[in-house]
Design a protein around this ligand. Structure first.
Ligand code: NAD
Ligand code: AKB
Length: 314
């Protein structure tokens, strides 16, 4: 009999693709998608779903009790841009949700827990280029503050409770299967939809804002590779830097124009997300992930653009 895997925040941008991938590796009935939001109609029969709020510890506990999971992926969170609109709620969801999952994972003897951190842990005084694994971290968003605190809690639970928790600091993620959920990097998905739908896009970041990004298949593979790595190879439990590519909105627009020549992009002059992007790194040094668990990205800007357009056209 295969062991159960719980995924909290399963119906978001990452969860949609992660659950699909996990269900292709394990038996679909062993991968339990959990969210406060119901799955899209076409995914309702793909596998088990539990309507579950990570802030409600009692009902969360009953899901752990029902499935006795051996692996947990905890994705439920509020992202950077939405977080600034409701900072208290973002802090509560991102912190209390994580603490509930950490505590229940110890209580129910979960073997491995995956929790995604973000490049948002870095701030204006972190080195901008090839930002190292360890450096000054002074996040200016409530999202980044919650991710940095979350990293410390993960490390703490590993040390104090021997919980095998594994974390990645994701850059901005792009994919065609699910909408992004309120981040500063959402432009990199919206731009493709607009290119195909109207041929026009008004970008909320300035043309030359360089930002670390990654294609979703690389991001999902990273999570599974980290989860399958021998514990003794892992030298940090707080959050591995991983790098995909770095580009600006102008570079992305130019690449899309090769496929959609009439595509036009304009740039908004003042959007609060600009300050968030400006506080983040431009590129990431992921040498520790490469050394500890052989991380390497597969997709570059050319292949991402081709694949996004091909699939969105379908
Ligand atoms: P998302 O906003 O698309 O999805 C989050 C999901 O959590 C949603 O389906 C939402 O319904 C669910 N949720 C919200 N509140 C909940 C609650 N109280 N209980 C249970 N579920 C709840 O987010 P995402 O982009 O899929 O991100 C997932 C995780 O990865 C987050 O922790 C995020 O910080 C991290 N991350 C994402 C990116 C990215 O670019 N997408 C980059 C870095 C890190
Ligand atoms: C966001 O923009 O908030 C996310 C992230 C980089 O964590 N995509």
């Amino acid at each position: 009999m295969q062991e159960n895997i719980l995924v909290f925040g399963a119906n978001g941008q990452i969860g949609t693709e992660l659950v699909e991938q996990l269900r292709s590796v394990y038996l679909p009935q062993n991968v339990i998608a959990c969210d406060i939001k119901l799955p899209d109609f076409e995914h309702r029969k793909d596998g088990p779903f539990e309507e579950c709020d990570v802030l409600q510890k009692r009902s969360l506990s009953s899901v752990f009790k029902k499935y006795k999971p051996k692996q947990v992926y905890h994705l439920a969170a509020i992202l950077s841009a939405t977080g600034e609109l409701q900072p208290e709620h973002a802090w509560r969801l991102n912190m209390d949700g994580l603490l509930h999952v950490l505590e229940l994972s110890v209580g129910f003897n979960v073997k491995k827990l995956f929790w995604p951190s973000s490049i948002a842990v870095f701030g204006p005084h972190s080195p901008k280029h090839h930002t190292p694994q360890s450096c000054v971290m002074d996040p200016t968003t409530i999202y980044g503050i919650s991710k940095l605190a979350g990293e410390r809690w993960c490390e703490y639970y590993n040390i104090k409770h021997r919980l095998d928790v594994r974390c990645i600091r994701y850059p901005g993620l792009m994919g065609w299967k699910a909408e992004p959920g309120g981040g500063t990097t959402d432009f990199a998905v919206h731009i493709f939809h607009s290119a195909l739908e109207s041929g026009l896009y008004e970008c909320f970041l300035q043309a030359d804002t360089e930002i670390p990004m990654m294609y979703m298949p690389d991001a999902i593979r990273a999570a599974l590779e980290l989860m399958n790595s021998p514990a003794e190879n892992l030298s940090t439990r707080s959050g591995y830097n991983i790098s995909g590519i770095s580009f600006t909105p102008a570079m992305l627009a130019k690449e899309i124009k090769k496929h959609v020549p009439q595509f036009e992009v304009s740039y908004t002059s003042s959007d609060p997300r600009q300050a968030i992007a400006d506080s983040w790194p431009k590129s990431i040094d992921d040498s520790l992930a490469r050394k500890d668990w052989n991380w390497e990205p597969h997709y570059d800007l050319i292949s991402i653009t081709e694949d996004m357009l091909l699939n969105l056209k379908k």
